[in-house]
Design a protein around this ligand. Structure first.
Ligand code: ATP
Length: 446
């Protein structure tokens, strides 16, 4: 048997019994007649205490095993006030399942700082660190809570293709590649497919999606491959119907992490409060007014004031976050954006392209955008105009447009970056911390 107990499972009832624990040898301390071995498994730490007099061969072996080797230790469990954990195991057998090479490319438990690049180059070792593993356990909880909430609200989980004949968004750069005799693109999002699903009768769909974006910039909040919670819902009256679902979804995610992941939050050093509902709605126009005012009087400054039609960039988002957090708002929707900077499928405020405003919105959390969403255009002629508005050619979107010609209901939805959620929720300094194998401008490996 490789293991009969995880470290955290051992309890008083095991006192005096023979058990086997298994994990990585985190540390060995040799002290004259004693050797202390610290073993780390998925659940925590165990200590094995080797008495030289009792098992001289194991005492000798203990001094030879490299740290981070995979070991399985069988022995008698002993409750003890002297042991840090309140118990220890007195080994009869130490099996080295796989010896680690030395030196390690990076320390696992050493307190010396390791830079992010070295950590990402050795991600398998990096994730052995409990505070790093905690991020991915919280990520798991976020995804679990999101799926549960959306399924409960009648959303059907779908998977669409990441290989597209046309670029979905315009705007951001796409990855082109040769698809047999044709040129194809990696999906920037499942946007067009989700919308086509609105013409099927499913009414509500969601997807844990991959976004591929060939953006050349290298920032702490952009990845070239990211994941998202994407949903779309039909038969809506306006974008407010979508925002209500988002509010419930964010509440479900934050509450699940708050309730189930306190141990991991402590390791990461983050506090995740249960959100206050409802979230503030602030119009784009009011938002830029607040930003401009705060930029004049506050510590953070913009080079020049924002004008109607400008995008709200990183620094402006931060300024708004500072102001609204002081007013007690962590989450806030920015609504009624100008139409011009928004993608072609976003519905104008009125019934035609004459509108200056649109039915698109963003949700920000503590000064960073988590998602954008909108009511989408559902009428085919207006959609064609939308495509032309951003300088694209409607004939490239024939398959998509066809699904709008046979009774497409009014609909809307959003795309929520999972890494952005984690970065903001946990206050991570870099979005790369929230993905196992990040892809960025320079990183394609591992
Ligand atoms: P930004 O303005 O922050 O670059 P965007 O406007 O391009 O984002 P959308 O196209 O609206 O973003 O995508 C929806 C969501 O997906 C974003 O709010 C964000 O959470 C996430 N997202 C988009 N692009 C990236 C990226 N390059 N890296 C990580 N997450 C992203």
């Amino acid at each position: 048997m490789i293991r009969t107990r995880y470290a955290s499972e051992v309890n008083e009832a095991d006192d005096g019994t023979t058990q086997t624990i298994a994990g990585w040898l985190q540390d060995v301390r040799l002290m004259g007649n004693l050797a202390f071995l610290v073993i780390r498994d998925r659940t925590g730490i165990a200590q094995a205490t080797v008495l030289k007099k009792k098992v001289p061969e194991l005492h000798e072996l203990a001094g030879q095993i490299q740290r981070e080797s995979a070991v399985s230790i069988t022995g008698t469990v002993q409750m003890s006030d002297k042991a840090k954990l309140g118990w220890e195991i007195l080994p009869d057998n130490i099996q080295v399942l796989n010896e680690s090479e030395a030196p390690l490319p990076m320390g696992v438990v050493d307190r010396v700082g390791v830079d992010l690049d070295t950590r990402l180059d050795n991600r398998f070792l990096d994730v052995r660190r409990p505070e790093v593993a905690a991020i991915f356990k919280i990520r798991h909880e976020v995804i679990h809570a999101a799926g549960e909430y959306l399924r409960d609200k009648g959303f059907l989980e779908i998977h669409t293709s990441c290989i597209n004949a046309a670029s979905s968004e315009g705007g951001t750069e796409v990855y082109k590649f040769q698809y047999f005799e044709k040129e194809a693109f990696l999906a920037q999002s499942p946007q067009l497919y989700k919308q086509m699903m609105m013409a099927t009768g499913f009414d509500r769909v969601f997807e844990f999606a991959r976004y591929f974006r060939a953006e050349k910039h290298n920032t702490t909040r952009h990845l070239n491959e990211s994941t998202a919670i994407d949903f779309e819902m039909a038969w809506i009256q306006n974008e407010e119907d979508v925002m209500k679902v988002i509010e419930g979804l964010m509440n479900a995610i934050w509450t699940a992490v708050h309730e189930k992941r306190q141990e991991e939050l402590a390791l990461v050093g983050a506090e995740v409060p249960i959100p206050k509902l409802p979230f503030l709605r602030i119009t784009y126009t009011d938002a830029i007014e607040k930003i401009n005012k705060a930029s004049l009087n506050g510590d953070r400054k913009l080079d020049k004031p924002l004008e109607f039609g400008d995008d709200i960039g990183t620094e402006a988002e931060r300024i708004l976050g500072d102001v609204l957090m002081k007013e007690g708002h962590d989450f806030y929707f920015i609504t009624k954006w100008p139409l011009a900077p928004k993608p072609f499928y976003v519905h104008p405020e009125g019934k035609d392209m004459g509108s200056k405003l649109c039915r698109g919105f963003d949700l920000d959390y503590r000064g960073v955008e988590l998602l954008s969403g909108a009511q989408r255009i559902h009428e085919p002629e207006l959609l064609k105009e939308g495509i032309k508005r951003v300088g694209l050619d409607p004939t490239d979107f024939e398959g998509y447009l066809t699904s709008f010609r046979y009774g497409m209901p009014p609909h809307g939805g959003c795309g929520i970056g999972i890494e952005r959620i984690l970065m903001q929720m946990l206050g991570l300094p870099n979005i790369r911390e929230a993905v196992l194998f990040p892809r960025d401008r320079t990183r394609l490996y591992p």
